[in-house]
Design a protein around this ligand. Structure first.
Ligand code: ADP
Ligand code: MG
Length: 446
């Protein structure tokens, strides 16, 4: 039996992922009718709670994501502080992120069939277009750019839904945190050439990154790889990659052409909007497999992770709620201002119609009939690509300070927050890099 820790309106269950800055938990909460719901809670690591810039970055993330309402974007409910901790509560996507899926495919030496790759990319395209074209309450464009479109930020649910998450470094007119010029943010491997150069970005940067994800889904290899960060930046900048057909024979040429158009170095020759890319992907899919539906993807993912799903279900059965449920739901830290009205949070820490005592130890989380989602087991390696800040030497401080609370996974060969580029095709941390500092280091031979 395991007791779920309460955090505001939520009761933390198993941990889904762990990064250098936050941990993601699955959590239980209740709606106004007392019905239980699963959500995902991104809890800030303790030492970062005092870092005002970092907290402001999370406020931005929550603010940006909470204005976005789209079926392909994981919904954000609130960014709050309760019981002395900061956290973002969001829609729980019951499935696996694309990075985990790709890793499994590489281990099993099994491809992702082109229809799934096309469908996933089309859904992400739709999510991106929704973000790019979002407007505020007065109709003013928010100019949201995700900037970190990468496999670990794309989640495929066991039901076959695809959701883009992690607007952690997204930029919008809503953001307060400004990026200095010459500072680049994102996962280098999935960056656009203009991003790798530290240029001013527009939404077409995300289109390029979508192309990198699609390429990797089709070939199981990211388009750009190198043994150190400088070489990787150069490869991304030049946007030269091996043709898909050379790596993976049998990929339909139309799909290869769509990928190439996303991965065009010059922005002017790329798809001009994510919606255009989405349109071509859907047209391809209609021709290639007219009866394709999301349940095909659901089946594919469920089959691939059948054992995990079983284990995850059993694990959820172990949790019970604390005996004393506190009424302290904390404070929502997304500020209300003239052009932003944070949405109401539809949850509460306990089912109001039932007395606290009645919830007690008999509250077996697995017995909730309305769970639409299936539980996840703690996967310590799932999040082995930490978000790092390398600007002004902060990453090193972070790496030093962020001693991960749980025991390190057996398979991990390195501490979570160390940027190593040549280790595996998928070790791609989200980074904030000061290009000038990096050039200096390079010159010094460091
Ligand atoms: N809403 C969610 N539902 C389910 N899993 C999630 C959700 N959000 C994130 N995750 C999992 O946690 C991982 C890290 O979350 P993310 O928000 O990308 O944090 P980070 O900023 O550390 O990259 C994702 O790759 C995914 O596996
Ligand atoms: Mg992420």
């Amino acid at each position: 039996m395991r007791r779920a820790q309460q955090l505001g309106r939520y009761h933390l269950l198993d941990r889904i992922a762990f990064g250098g800055m936050a941990e993601i938990y699955r959590a239980k909460t209740f709606d106004a009718h007392g019905q239980p719901h699963l959500v995902a809670v991104k809890r800030v690591l303790a030492h970062l709670a005092e870092d005002d810039d970092f907290i402001q970055m999370l406020v931005d993330e929550a603010k940006i994501a909470s204005v976005l309402r789209h079926q392909c974007i994981a919904r954000v409910y609130e960014f709050a502080r309760a019981h002395g901790e900061y956290f973002i509560a969001m829609e729980h996507v019951d499935g696996k992120d694309m990075r985990t899926v790709l890793e499994r495919c590489r281990t099993k030496k099994k491809p992702i069939p082109p229809e799934h790759a096309a469908y996933i990319a089309a859904e992400v395209g739709a999510a991106l277009h929704a973000a790019h074209s979002a407007v505020d309450s007065r109709g003013k464009p928010l100019r949201i750019i995700h900037r970190d479109v990468s496999p670990s930020n794309i989640i495929c649910s066991y039901a076959g839904e695809v959701k883009l998450c992690d607007f952690g470094i997204a930029k919008a007119t809503l953001s307060r945190v400004q990026t200095k010029t010459g500072v680049i943010k994102g996962k280098v491997k999935y960056m656009s050439p203009e991003q790798a150069l530290g240029r001013k970005l527009d939404h077409r940067s995300d289109v390029f990154s979508l192309g990198s994800c699609l390429y990797e889904m089709l070939t199981r290899i990211p388009p750009f790889t190198a043994t150190n960060e400088m070489d990787l930046l150069i490869k991304v900048r030049d946007a030269k990659y091996r043709p898909i057909g050379e790596l993976q024979p049998g990929i339909p040429p139309e799909l290869e052409a769509i990928t190439d158009k996303c991965l065009t170095r010059s922005r002017a020759n790329r798809y001009q909007t994510a919606a255009e890319a989405e349109g071509d992907l859907r047209a391809f899919l209609r021709k290639f497999m007219p009866n394709y539906s999301r349940s095909h993807l659901g089946r594919f993912i469920r089959k691939m992770f059948a054992q995990e799903i079983e284990r995850e279900l059993r694990m959820l059965e172990e949790f019970v709620m604390t005996d004393e449920v506190s009424d302290d739901v904390g404070e929502n830290l997304i500020p209300r201002d003239e052009d932003f009205d944070p949405p109401e949070v539809p949850f509460q820490p306990k089912p109001t119609s039932v007395s606290v005592a009645a919830i007690g130890a008999s509250d077996d989380f697995s017995s909730d009939s309305n769970f639409t989602t299936m539980p996840k087991v703690e996967q310590q390696d799932i999040h082995a690509q930490p978000t790092l800040i390398l600007e002004n030497g902060r990453a090193r401080n972070l790496a030093k300070k962020s001693a991960p609370p749980p025991p390190p996974p057996k398979s991990t060969k390195r501490p979570a927050a160390q940027p190593i580029y040549d280790e595996g095709v998928h070790s791609a941390p989200t980074m904030i890099i000061d290009i000038n500092r990096m050039r200096q280091r390079q010159r010094r031979g460091g």
